[in-house]
Design a protein around this ligand. Structure first.
Ligand code: NAI
Length: 768
């Protein structure tokens, strides 16, 4: 066969990578592994097999971690924490740098081990998993070095429990371990039971890199070991995996006062507009959905194509699918390897059997393989358009207009990633920020980098990994000193006739009587001060509906929001004596002057919480934009009630959020007096809604309401656990005080800003 013939047929021959070094490494451990705790490799205990999915062979026996093993690891991590946290930034940076170098020196061993354990093709393991893992440690060596400059007052959480999945075993380890160590935490990491080998090899890199004993601990095992880690004495939990387990972990950790970040599933849309470079978009799809056999949380698994080009796209895509090479993952010529496990293959096949769409398949060998699959003729509500498959299955439907494209793209409970393909800059950049996803790629897909925050909205979880936003997850949000709870006044006398006016609720810019018709009397040091309504679930639902409708606020400019906050401050000042009298009557210690200062501060921030451009090494530009969270439900603090209200209102509104605010229980009239201030300050209706009532009665409803995007509690009532557990329903974000009664007003402004916004990373082509 001549070279010309080869170019004509594009025939290819196998180019297998040697597995000798990986086998030698496994043999050197007798193919039996214990945990890595306190800098020591322990003897194996009760074991299970880890299997090469491409061949079915057992690669090694792995120890099933018990609760005692986990406790031992947490103890080692606790012991190591003090000196690690106190070590100099430079010393920690050197350790992280040494890990990065260690990974690079042994890159081939790690790549082959990853292939053997996961079935992913060597090209991906070599060029992405291992390369990116090293890049992550380099990048975070820098964050360690600069910590004193960038986060002078920050404190690490302490001991971090980290649970990672099987799709990117080493890379997910790097995403978790690097920022944790950089910020001065110690870790106990549990790899997935199907793919523990690279984590165990990583332990050796730690030894060689001078990681002090106990700073990194690896405990192997299945979900039961993971569950033991979750209930151990950890300070922070970071999890990547299924939404189902993520929800469970949200409930398990509720009320414990530990940090939590969840990176969960996705059903990411891949939008192709009629003016797209179709060949580019089709090639992009190969990466979007067939990279790692589609076992990728941000896989572009929902193809949305503009109607006029649907036939053309389908034809070109099917032609491309026919040439995707599925087979031996150690072969450098292979595009798609084996699936991670026969169980995963069965799971995917079961989903395919249920679909009503038309299935187009490429070719694949027998065994734990599946071909690339395209399913067409689907309605947006088809389970295949909604459920995460986590396999090489692309579900397709069409749209007519850009508005419909956005609507279909957002028609999902997930919000992890999205790709937009269009040669028209207006269409692409107009669409990108309208997609509810943590990451958006314009004319590209699956671009990831250590400097670019990655993470989801909605049921894709919360928290970011990578970049500056990712560091926040490994720093304990500072809180002020404990405060003395205010005195609660009680009495039995009714308010005097001259003040017998019941303050109503404030919903959608109007005063509303409480649905249940109940009121209560508010007392101060000199007796009854007035009556307030008691809001029930229906009132709360009405308030949420009003807030949801006020979408214009979230799209308004920072300049407008600043003006309105200044206006609120001004109107409050104009009525200072009235507010101060009312505060005094309720026995509250506070000053209008202090509240006004907070409003000014947030007015100042309204047009300054800018995003940033990120120093990513690929061609192109990654932008980190700060998006408002949406509707925030907040339970107000009792201490300095007016200032506390001004702070919550200021932070939430400055960043473009709408608010359902539950007034402080001891001084609710301070909140109800604000209605007129809001009315006269041009606050659009529905942007701020105020309820009065018992925090304990409204907490569960607020947390479980699907229209609320985040819940904050500064309440003195014991409602933090209720909020965190209730928020598991739709995995909304929470920020609660766990009854600590601290001075939240003293909390660093950057924490308030971070709690009020979501980072959305948008990757755009750029002429660098
Ligand atoms: P999984 O969520 O059960 O496993 C992920 C990790 O969590 C593993 O280390 C596992 O041992 C651990 N784990 C399981 N149950 C636990 C518990 N109760 N407490 C603490 N840790 C626990 O994911 P699985 O079963 O391997 O895959 C099922 C589906 O989840 C996939 O088909 C896919 O749809 C999705 N998935 C999503 C991932 C993502 O990156 N978003 C990663 C892996 C799976």
């Amino acid at each position: 066969m001549s070279v010309a013939d080869i170019f004509e047929t594009m025939e290819w021959g196998p180019a297998p990578e040697s597995r000798a070094e990986a086998d030698a490494w496994l043999d050197s451990h007798g193919r039996r592994f214990g945990h890595y705790i306190g800098g020591k490799r322990l003897a194996a205990g009760e074991t299970f097999a880890t299997v090469n999915p491409a061949t079915g062979e057992t690669l090694a026996e792995i120890t099933q971690g018990t609760a005692e093993d986990v406790a031992q690891a947490v103890k080692a991590a606790r012991k190591a924490h003090g000196s690690w946290a106190k070590s100099s930034d430079h010393d920690r940076a050197r350790v992280l740098y040494a890990i990065a170098r260690g990974l690079q020196k042994h890159a081939r061993l790690f790549a082959v081990l990853e292939v053997l354990d996961t079935g992913k093709p060597i090209r991906e393991a070599r060029d992405i998993d291992v390369a990116q893992a090293a890049r992550h440690f380099y990048h975070h060596a820098g964050h360690a070095e600069l910590r004193g400059e960038t986060h002078p007052d920050a404190e690490p959480w302490g001991v971090c429990g980290q649970i990672v999945p099987w799709n990117f075993p080493l890379l997910m380890l790097a995403w978790k371990v690097a920022p944790a160590l950089a910020m001065g935490n110690t870790v106990v990491l549990k790899p997935a039971e199907w793919t523990p080998l690279t984590a165990l090899a990583f332990a050796e890199i730690c030894d060689g890199a001078g990681v002090p004993p106990g700073v990194v601990n690896i405990v192997t095992g299945d979900g039961a070991t993971g569950a033991a880690l979750v209930s151990a004495e950890i300070d922070k939990l970071a999890f990547t995996g299924s939404t189902e387990v993520g929800r469970l972990l949200r409930r398990e950790t509720a009320g414990r006062g530990i940090g939590l970040t969840l990176e969960l599933g996705g059903k990411s849309p891949y939008l192709v507009f009629e003016d797209a470079d179709i060949d580019g978009a089709v090639e992009g799809l190969v990466d979007a959905i067939w990279f790692n056999g589609g076992q990728v949380c941000c896989a572009g698994s929902r193809l949305l194509v503009q109607e006029g080009i649907a036939e053309d796209v389908t034809a070109r895509l099917r032609a491309r699918m026919a040439r995707i090479r599925v087979g031996n993952p150690l072969d450098k010529s292979v595009d798609m390897g084996a699936l991670v496990h026969t169980e995963q293959k069965a799971r995917i096949e079961a989903i395919l059997e249920r679909t009503t769409g038309k299935i187009h398949r490429g070719a694949a060998p027998d065994g734990c393989y599946l071909p690339p699959v395209l399913v067409t003729d689907l309605h947006s509500a088809d389970p295949l358009m909604q459920e995460e498959v986590f396999g090489p299955v692309l579900a397709m439907t069409t749209f007519r207009t850009p508005a419909e494209a956005v609507q279909l793209a957002n028609d999902t409970t997930y919000g992890l990633a999205a790709s937009i393909w269009s040669q028209d800059i207006d269409v692409a950049l107009d669409t990108a920020p309208k997609i509810d996803a943590g990451v958006v790629w314009v004319n590209g897909t699956n671009m990831l980098d250590a400097a670019a925050p990655f993470g989801g909205l909605k049921e894709s979880g919360f928290g970011r990994e990578g970049g500056t936003a990712g560091l926040a997850a490994y720093l304990r949000p500072g809180t002020g000193a404990p405060l003395k709870a205010p005195k609660v006044y009680a009495g039995d006398a009714a308010p005097s006739a001259e003040i017998d006016r019941t303050a109503k609720l404030y919903i959608g810019g109007k005063q509303a009587r409480p649905d249940g018709g109940y009121t209560r009397t508010v007392f101060g040091p000199k007796g009854a001060v007035g009556d307030v309504g008691i809001a029930n679930r229906k009132d709360l639902r009405n308030a949420v509906e009003a807030a949801r409708g006020a979408t214009g606020w979230s799209r308004s400019t920072g300049h407008l929001r600043a003006q309105i906050l200044y206006y609120i401050a001004e109107n409050l000042c104009a009525r200072a004596s009235e507010f101060e009298a009312r505060l005094a009557a309720q026995g509250a210690k506070d000053r209008v002057e202090t509240a006004t200062r907070h409003l000014f501060r947030w007015a100042a921030w309204a047009d300054k919480h800018d995003g940033r451009t990120l120093g990513v090494p690929m061609g192109g530009l990654a932008l980190a934009l700060n998006r408002p969270i949406g509707v925030i439900g907040a339970f107000a603090a009792e201490e300095t009630p007016l200032t506390a209200l001004a702070q919550v209102l200021g932070a939430a509104l400055a960043t473009g959020n709408r608010l359902v605010l539950v007034a402080p229980e001891s001084a609710p009239l301070t909140a109800t007096d604000l209605y007129q201030v809001l009315d006269t300050s041009d606050v659009p209706s529905g942007v701020v809604n105020i309820l009065t009532g018992a925090h304990g009665d409204l907490a569960a409803e607020m947390a479980g309401h699907l229209g609320v995007d985040a819940v904050w509690s500064f309440s003195s009532a014991d409602i933090s656990a209720t909020i965190e557990a209730g928020a598991a329903a739709d995995l909304k974000r929470t920020w609660v005080n766990n009854g600590t009664g601290r001075d939240w007003l003293a909390t660093d402004g950057t924490v308030w800003l971070a709690q009020s916004t979501e980072v959305q990373t948008i990757w755009v082509p750029f002429g660098l």
